[in-house]
Design a protein around this ligand. Structure first.
Ligand code: NAD
Length: 262
């Protein structure tokens, strides 16, 4: 088998579930050592176990709330101590957060989505960049969404969509700034993917007051019968993490089976 990531270390946030889990397994299956950042729970331990026992890779679970500045910095340092350096960063953890009409959205709910999706991305990148520089370069991949960039059909999702558009702007500015250090930064925009993301959604009672037109089904993808699979996205992450994409930076790549073209 090809071992594109032999000798490399990756940090994957949100590695306990869904897209992050599939990406962690993919990177490890091609030789990377993988630091799994997530709120420590059974699912993250399961990812760690599967990689180490079943795939014979090297991974370690770290208990990290990506919106906690001190903890992110500390866990990045622990990763460097454990694995010797960082080459690949997949800033992926995120929540749907509260779905509510704008005037009913509490400031606390709005801020929580900003804190996890935007601050979390910023903190993950901020604290890993010095280590990527030390390695003479690296690849950062940020999980955005078609929501907030290509489609605006998620009712009550002003906060989520704002963070997903913000992540793309952040990726491009960071790509420009970090190019001279051979650090690439790209964002990926999945359509509907079969994960546990719906468990991170809180729907306010007031949302019922918005009439959601039935003629606009969410998540239908012409290229597939249902939603995409986390492994589809993991293949893209591995490409962007590898030297095969060495001239791609500041790009925003849609992976949605043509969902956003409907
Ligand atoms: P998921 O819920 O299956 O996985 C997300 C993981 O992030 C979970 O393990 C969760 O514990 C973790 N997480 C949440 N908050 C965290 C925090 N504060 N600190 C650390 N970890 C935290 O969902 P997923 O679909 O795999 O989501 C991954 C990313 O993909 C998200 O950024 C999401 O916005 C994006 N996305 C998902 C879809 C989809 O349809 N599933 C579509 C577009 C974009």
């Amino acid at each position: 088998i090809r071992q594109r990531f032999q000798g490399k270390t990756a940090i994957v946030t949100g590695a306990g579930s869904g897209i992050g889990k599939a990406a962690a397994i993919k990177l490890a299956s091609e030789g990377a050592k993988v630091a799994l950042f997530d709120l420590l729970n059974d699912r993250t331990r399961t990812t760690e176990h599967q990689i180490n026992q079943i795939y014979r890779g090297v991974s370690r679970a770290f208990d990290v709330d990506i919106s906690d500045p001190q903890r992110v910095e500390q866990a990045v340092n622990e990763t460097v101590e454990a694995f010797g350096g960082i080459d690949i960063v997949f800033a992926n953890a995120g929540i749907n957060g509260t779905l509510a009409p704008v005037e009913e959205m509490s400031f606390e709910d709005w801020e929580r989505t900003m804190r996890i999706n935007l601050n979390g991305t910023f903190l993950t990148v901020k604290h890993t960049v010095p280590h990527l520089k030390q390695q003479g370069g690296g690849s950062i991949i940020i999980t955005s969404s078609i929501n907030g960039n290509d489609r605006f059909s998620g009712f009550g999702m002003t906060a989520y969509s704002t963070t997903k558009a913000g992540q793309v702007a952040f990726s491009k500015m960071a790509a420009l700034e970090l190019a001279k250090f051979k650090i690439r930064v790209n964002s990926i925009c999945p359509g509907a993917i079969a994960t546990n993301i719906d468990s991170s959604t809180e729907v306010s009672d007031e949302l019922d007051e918005i009439v959601i037109p039935v003629e606009y089904p969410q998540g239908s993808q012409p290229l597939a019968d249902g939603p995409g699979q986390p492994e589809n996205v993991a293949d893209l992450v591995a490409f962007l993490a590898s030297d095969e994409s060495k001239h791609i930076t500041g790009a925003r790549i849609v992976i949605d089976g043509a969902e956003s073209l409907l």
